[in-house]
Write a protein that binds this ligand. Structure first.
Ligand SMILES: CCCCCCCCCCCCCCCC(=O)SCCNC(=O)CCNC(=O)[C@H](O)C(C)(C)COP(=O)(O)OP(=O)(O)OC[C@H]1O[C@@H](n2cnc3c(N)ncnc32)[C@H](O)[C@@H]1OP(=O)(O)O
Length: 187
């Protein structure tokens, strides 16, 4: 999880979304950000200064592990999805290689988790990043945190590994093609 010697500081892409701008969902059926998932997290991420994003996630009934408390895997998903949005700030597509989470406080249902993620360093295709989830407000105590290594991939990663029906549907959808173009990965 420690950036190796030779890692460089991240560089915000000149065409990254402006600070405060909402970063739209990358895929309607994404469990983290898609509007087409009734029990999904519906994360809405915002670009910030530098190579940083923030998001809010309200824990719902469907996200419980213990009675009245968020499931740890769901909280890891919220951290993962927020970290994934950092690709927009670098204008690359990247997938999670490693995600290490710390759970510091229980997160009750109906709590809003205030998520904040930033890239720390880049080494080749590896993107070293970190995220926190706070409760009680953006300055509240940290309930969950994560360190991660994301790996930059090309669109072939999805075309070769995804299910053909969904891939074809994405490529036929002008909105999704726009997303892919925005990431400069349209084949
Ligand atoms: C038509 C469709 C439109 C779609 C339009 C937009 C889609 C926008 C999607 C965004 C989505 C975000 C959503 C949230 C984030 C997820 O949830 S992503 C989903 C979860 N993650 C995955 O499924 C990844 C599964 N793993 C893999 O596919 C492969 O292992 C990887 C990660 C691509 C790496 O494989 P590879 O390309 O063969 O890489 P490889 O050459 O082995 O390694 C490259 C470097 O990375 C390092 N590395 C590899 N794996 C790891 C690891 N696990 N830990 C640490 N380092 C690693 C290697 O050591 C190597 O380092 P160097 O030697 O260069 O120093």
């Amino acid at each position: 999880m420690t950036p190796p010697a030779g890692a460089r500081p991240p560089v915000r892409h000149p065409e990254a979304p402006a600070p405060g701008e909402i970063i739209g969902s990358h895929y309607e059926h994404c469990f983290g950000c898609g509007g087409g998932q009734p029990h999904g997290l519906h994360l809405e991420t915002r670009a910030r200064e530098g190579v940083r994003v923030t998001a809010e996630f309200r824990v719902k009934e469907a996200h419980q592990g213990a009675p009245g408390l968020a499931h740890g895997g769901v909280l890891a998903t919220a951290l993962d999805e927020t970290l994934g949005a950092l690709g927009w700030m670098l204008r690359v597509i990247a997938v999670t290689g490693r995600l290490e989470t710390d759970y510091l406080r229980p997160v009750p249902v109906d709590t809003v988790l205030h998520l904040d993620a930033e890239v720390l360093a880049v080494h080749g295709r590896k993107i070293y990043c970190t995220a926190t989830g706070r409760i009680g407000g953006p300055e509240g105590p940290v309930a969950v945190r994560a360190d991660a290594v994301f790996i930059e991939v090309k669109i072939d990663h999805f075309i070769e590994n995804g299910r053909s029906a969904e891939i074809q549907a994405v490529l036929a959808d002008p909105d999704q093609v726009k997303v892919a173009r925005a990431l400069e990965v349209n084949p």
